[in-house]
Design a protein around this ligand. Structure first.
Ligand code: FAD
Length: 413
């Protein structure tokens, strides 16, 4: 049986960042990936904070070389209202740009760069079962020819994303507290970009803050357009090859005809009930990273950044563990990842309650406040010097209430 130091399950952003970092420390690392790359994946708009993780794992240069669409900010809209954030105007001293990517290309580039560093990246290898203890783990997987193999490791990082391999095998998943929602999306030709829509993501809130649309432009002139809403609404929009989705994005008034005559690059896809939690993020001989931990909601494009952040931290902790040092997985890993998730949880809650919109679409938004919110939107949710991070659970409802009272008073005068 083949023996290695670290087995990584999944070659998405979490897995490749983790594997590349560990390879840099001199370990023998193998990735088992179920699919053949390139493969479609959703999650196309990155946050500047992920540049830190790509840099530290040594993967950023390979991605820079691909010339993906640069993303320098994000615009939120509701009817006539509009609020644009630019990452160069933010509270935290962080990256002012990142990218918008077709994940088929981005993930392939990550996997190739990871392989070039000496990681064994194996496509079409599906992990079937894992027998784990603190010292060694035996993993069984099936290759492209259907042959079953076993591999022995000293540690496992589960980065299997929506596959949730170890949460499934070890019964670690727990339901999310969020309303079950879904999304229907496609890539469209987009030759009507204007200065107002720009090359950055725009997010359009409608249905009294219950639904929203994303438009994520790519460097090849096409754009990803998705609608997110309550499960029933999305099931309805996705039915009959996305008939209602197509009609909606062509005719929805607030899109100003941007996609009225656009051709779809593929039939609309959909994903339902994606929010899920986890009872624990670690156990004897393994740690979970990326979407195998908790996924909240796509609204603030935080998924890939959480994947790279937790991928990197899980690798650092694995390194420490394999060096024979004592790792407190709860405080040094799970609590750190969970703190970041909890900040975004407050913002996701604020989005669907409308508090976030009350703040960003206020008649007047204080520049300092805007810059502090901008850093959260850039993914810097571990910067506790930012009051919009530190007081994340109370600051949005409190501020929204003050703004609403002030505006009601002004209207009366
Ligand atoms: P993944 O990218 O899912 O990679 C996991 C890999 O593991 C896959 O390649 C899979 O094939 C492999 N795998 C699974 N099972 C097995 C197995 N048994 N054996 C071997 N390999 C296996 N995030 C953003 O940052 N920006 C966005 O704009 C955004 N939009 C989103 C829109 C929607 C509607 C949704 C639902 C999510 C969105 N996300 C977004 C979130 C994003 O999709 C995920 O957070 C991100 O892909 C997680 O990365 P990962 O590396 O953890 O997992």
């Amino acid at each position: 049986m083949q023996k290695i130091d670290v087995l990584v399950i999944g070659a998405g952003p979490a897995g490749t960042v983790a594997a590349s970092y560990l390879r840099k420390q001199g370990y023998e690392v193998t990735i088992l990936e179920k699919e053949k790359f390139p493969r479609f994946q959703i999650g196309e708009s990155l946050l500047p904070c992920c540049m830190e993780h790509l840099t530290e794992s040594g993967l950023r240069e390979a991605i820079e070389a691909k010339h993906f669409q640069k993303k320098t900010g994000a615009a939120f809209m509701r009817g006539e209202k509009r609020c644009e954030f630019l990452f160069e105007e933010q509270f935290t001293n962080g990256w002012s740009y990142t990218w918008q990517v077709k994940r088929a290309d981005f993930d392939l580039a990550l996997a190739e760069a990871t392989r070039a560093k000496g990681v064994s990246v194996n496509f079409e290898c599906e992990v079937l079962s894992v027998d784990a203890n603190r010292e060694r783990q035996i993993t069984e997987y099936r290759d492209a020819e259907g042959k079953i193999h076993q591999i022995e490791s000293r540690f496992i990082i589960d980065s299997s994303g929506y596959g949730r391999v170890l949460p499934r095998l070890f019964d670690l998943s727990k339901p999310s507290s969020f309303t079950p929602r879904g999304a229907v999306f496609a890539h469209l030709e987009d030759n009507r970009r204007t200065e107002t829509t720009s090359n950055n993501i725009f997010v359009h809130s409608f249905d009294n803050n219950r639904s929203w649309i994303w438009a994520i432009p790519f460097s090849d002139g096409s754009t990803s357009v998705g609608i997110v809403g309550d499960r029933e609404k999305i099931e309805d929009m996705a039915a009959n090859n996305g008939e209602k989705y197509k009609e909606f994005i062509r005719n929805f008034e607030d899109l100003n005809g941007r996609f009225e005559h656009s051709e779809l690059k593929f039939e609309p896809r959909n994903i339902l009930g994606y929010s899920v939690g986890v009872k624990t993020m670690f156990g004897d001989g393994f740690v979970l990273s990326g979407n195998s931990t908790e996924f909240l909601d796509p609204i603030f494009s935080s998924g890939v950044t959480f994947a790279t952040a937790s991928g990197l931290l899980s690798a650092k902790m694995t390194h420490k563990h394999l060096q024979g040092e004592n790792v407190n997985w709860k405080t040094e890993y799970e609590d750190v990842v969970q703190n970041g998730i909890n900040v975004f949880r407050s913002y996701v809650t604020g989005w669907y309650s409308g508090d976030f919109q009350s703040i960003v679409f206020a008649k007047h938004i204080d520049l300092e406040i805007k810059n502090q919110i901008c850093s959260v939107l850039a993914g810097y949710v571990w910067d506790t010097t930012n009051p919009f991070v530190k007081k994340h659970d109370t600051i949005l409802p409190t501020l929204a209430k003050v703004i609403k009272m002030k505006e009601a008073q002004e209207d009366q005068e």
